[in-house]
Write a protein that binds this ligand. Structure first.
Ligand SMILES: Cc1cc2nc3c(=O)[nH]c(=O)nc-3n(C[C@H](O)[C@H](O)[C@H](O)COP(=O)(O)OP(=O)(O)OC[C@H]3O[C@@H](n4cnc5c(N)ncnc54)[C@H](O)[C@@H]3O)c2cc1C
Length: 566
């Protein structure tokens, strides 16, 4: 168990260490040389140095037993420093996951203790040249070696692609096909027949070592089969998806914020058109405020999911997918906008935002691409829609309406509009059998993610107002500012769900001319449009908070003031 004080100390040591050992110029040089700073990675993992890995390891194996919530906070902080180094640390975490969830007690003791005691680095070898999103088509094999009628070991043959820490790890967990199906094996570096390629020359996370692995008759003893039973590999991988995707979500969040946190101070110093850019509404309301709203909506979802995992609600794979999808897409968009916010400077190495943009790009690809996330989200919630006879999101909307009665400031009424519209779009898709179109299924995944995140951010803003937020939660914004963000995001979500939902359903031929007016009415489009009122005032208010200007609550702002502030 980690206390809030210990977590804060760990976050601070991480920041202090990065300031000293990984200043901007060092990061730029390493990025240009395409070099993984192995000494730094080892220092960060060493139990007697920074010991970040201890947070991930259960206490019974010598670690600190950090909760999901703790690990999210650490992952976000690591991503703010450098996503390549963060990936290297994450690879050990990911690589040891099959052991954490599936190994025998002896195996756990043997391998997890080595992370805690020796700071060994792991790599997680699942992907193959022809098996990426579709892991089931993997070709690497593990053939039993039988002596006196007993399986004494396995011979592994095949190859793995794009493996983080591939060229630097001490231990590898490798997914291979046994006669009973995919299974994880622990392979040590240097064993006969096991080689890795040179590091990949990548678009981003160039401080992370990524390499292909080759297995040519690599012999491992039978006790290297994780869990001691063949065929459990995919189940063991899936058992932690909610958790691991939450960590990549935290990467998207951290990287997106680190780009914005360079653009925000820059904009206060850059004078154009006679005033700092931070005072130009057309700049802040396009390049900053909406990105912050999306990132904070994703944070709300990450925090809520982490709390639910920590209270034992299960692996929450769909929620992990929603968190990853929203946070990594928002992180990418925020980094892209930050380049724009710095103009020509943003396009150069020196100002770092272009590096962050290249780095954060990976987060919508690894640990499941955004399209696979959309599919996962959509398929799961589709089942809920069917099971509840189309009532699931109407019920969620009613909870939002009840929240609005308790707190009318947090945009819960608008989140309710998004959920009612979502329910109607899904119902229309069911009646017209539109999920036979894969594109419709995936677009539904996107709309579901927006609606659920809108509800979640409203809930988080309400909890903050009631002083009920998790003590370990990020506390950058106060209750009024978070409520403004919740309203901004809920407006976006309701408009997106209603209008894009209409677009895809009509586009797929799901609505006849005679049904059109009725369908539009069920989406409550006029209410969604009316809910956009107050958007600019909320954005003005939030921009004032962001730049530390004297602020008034948006409702106290007169129309004339709003006009004058243009
Ligand atoms: C830098 C880096 C580090 C990585 N680290 C690791 C690691 O440590 N361990 C590991 O095991 N793997 C790792 N990976 C692999 C990563 O997880 C895969 O690249 C990812 O899962 C996507 O697989 P793929 O590259 O084969 O793409 P594909 O699966 O071929 O996908 C290509 C495109 O098609 C889309 N697509 C795929 N299937 C469908 C479908 N059914 N319907 C619609 N669209 C679809 C995808 O969304 C994507 O846009 C890493 C990759 C990179 C680049």
């Amino acid at each position: 168990m980690i206390t809030n004080k210990t977590l804060k100390l760990s976050l601070k040591s991480l920041r202090d260490f990065a300031k000293k050992r990984l200043p901007d110029q060092e990061l730029i040089d390493l990025d240009e040389r395409d070099e993984c700073p192995l000494d730094i990675v080892r220092y960060m993992c060493s139990p007697d140095k920074l010991g970040i890995q201890l947070l991930f390891v259960p206490e019974e194996f010598g670690g600190m037993g950090g909760s999901t919530f703790d690990v999210y906070r650490i992952c976000e902080e690591m991503a703010r420093i450098d996503l390549g180094v963060a990936t290297s640390l994450f690879a050990t975490f990911l690589g040891s996951d099959p052991i954490t969830v599936g190994a025998t007690p002896e195996q756990k003791n043997k391998w997890l203790s080595r992370i805690a005691d020796e700071g060994v680095l792991f790599a997680y070898g699942a992907t193959e040249p022809e098996a990426g999103s579709d892991l089931g088509s993997l070709k690497t094999t593990a053939d039993p070696v039988v002596e006196n009628g007993k399986v004494v070991g396995y011979k592994i043959n095949g190859s793995k692609q794009w493996i983080s820490n591939g060229g630097i790890a001490d231990l590898y967990t490798v997914l291979a096909n046994t006669p009973s199906g995919p299974s994880w094996f622990v392979v040590e570096k240097g064993v006969a027949g096991f080689t890795h390629d040179k590091p990949e020359d990548k678009h981003g996370i160039r401080l992370s070592n990524t390499a292909a692995l080759a297995f040519n008759n690599v012999y491992v003893d039978a006790d290297r089969l994780v869990g001691g039973v063949e065929g459990q590999g995919l189940l063991q991988a899936q058992a932690v998806f909610g958790y691991t995707r939450l960590m990549v979500a935290a990467f998207g969040l951290g990287a997106g914020w680190s780009a914005l946190d360079r653009a925000i101070p820059y904009s206060t110093k850059r004078i154009q058109g006679g005033a700092p850019l931070s005072e130009k509404q057309g700049y802040t309301h396009k390049l900053m405020v909406p990105h912050i709203a999306r990132l904070e909506a994703a944070r709300a979802y990450i925090e809520e999911t982490a709390e639910r995992i920590d209270t034992g609600e299960g692996s929450l794979n769909t929620e992990g997918a929603i968190a990853k999808y929203m946070a990594t897409e928002a992180g990418n968009a925020a980094a892209e906008a930050s380049i724009q916010a710095l103009g020509g400077y943003g396009y150069t190495h020196e100002y770092m935002v272009e590096k962050i943009k290249r780095d954060v790009r990976i987060t919508t690809i690894y640990e499941g691409t955004s399209e696979i996330m959309e599919m996962t989200i959509s398929r799961d919630r589709w089942q809920l829609h069917l099971k509840t006879r189309g009532q699931h999101y109407h019920e969620q909307a009613r909870l939002m309406e009840a929240l609005h009665v308790r707190n009318s400031e947090v945009g819960a009424d608008m989140a309710a509009l998004a959920m009612h519209a979502l329910s109607e779009v899904m119902e229309k898709a069911r009646v017209a059998r539109l999920t036979r179109y894969q594109h419709i299924l995936l677009r539904l995944g996107e709309l579901i993610a927006y609606a659920e995140c809108a509800g979640c951010l409203s809930r988080r803003a309400a909890r903050l107002a009631e002083n009920k937020l998790n003590e370990k939660a990020n506390s950058r914004f106060d209750a009024a500012a978070l409520a403004a963000l919740a309203r901004i995001f809920a407006r976006e979500a309701s408009l997106k769900v209603a209008e894009e939902g209409l677009r895809w359903v009509v586009g797929a031929g799901g609505v006849s001319d005679s049904e059109m007016a009725g369908f539009e009415a069920t989406l409550r489009l006029p209410a969604v449009h009316r809910a956009q009122a107050g958007l600019i005032a909320d954005m003005d208010y939030f921009a004032d908070v962001l730049f530390g200007r004297t602020v008034k609550h948006p409702e106290l702002r007169t129309e004339t003031e709003a006009v004058l502030s243009v």
